[in-house]
Design a protein. Structure first.
Length: 181
């Protein structure tokens, strides 16, 4: 029995060198370049957590676990030559400025302007926005401006006049359209 155990242990040790190089010793391996880098990062490292084969979600233990996922994926993209210089700098920074793995909320603030286009909806931007006359518009939705921030909770967001983004996210991403009045 003892010799069988030693034989199995030796077999396991001999098998390790064959698998270790394929994993790259913890270094990222090249991957195919995605057409949309931001969408690929969101798919690879979803804010809600890792997705299991049965489609249940394991939330991130903490923000560091989420950030580790983002940085590993960014490094694989960088190694593959998929990133612009700007993307190399911003992917990890935007991951750090997110609610993913944190007990916080993403809060969006909207500046709803109106459009004075004489024929709204005709797909011709013949008007200007009330909140920024330098912006040409076709419909009032063209005049909506938004900004986001991270708040401690929904009450802090509402007290500041903001709207909580369900599911959280990063301050680098655009806010979703404002809720209907």
């Amino acid at each position: 029995m003892r010799s069988l155990t030693r034989l199995l242990a030796l077999g396991a040790v001999l098998a390790l060198p064959a698998t270790a190089p394929a994993m790259g010793h913890g270094k990222p391996q090249p991957i195919p370049c995605p057409p949309d880098v931001a969408a690929a990062v969101a798919t690879q490292c979803p804010c809600a957590g890792t997705t299991n084969p049965d489609l249940t979600v394991n939330p991130w233990r903490n923000h560091g676990q989420y950030q580790k996922c983002v940085v590993h994926f960014r490094n694989a993209l960088r190694k593959s030559g998929c990133l612009t210089d700007d993307e190399k700098r911003t992917i990890a920074r935007c991951g750090a400025r997110s609610t993913c793995g944190k007990d916080t909320v993403l809060c969006c603030h909207y500046n709803l302007g109106t459009c004075n286009d004489p024929a709204p909806g005709d797909m011709v931007a013949a008007g200007t926005c009330s909140n920024d006359p330098a912006v040409a518009c076709d419909v009032s939705a063209d005049c909506t401006k938004s900004s986001s921030s991270i708040r401690q909770d929904a009450n802090a967001c509402a007290a500041d006049g903001g709207v909580v983004v369900v599911g959280g996210g990063s301050v680098c991403a655009a806010c979703p359209p404002p809720p209907a009045p």
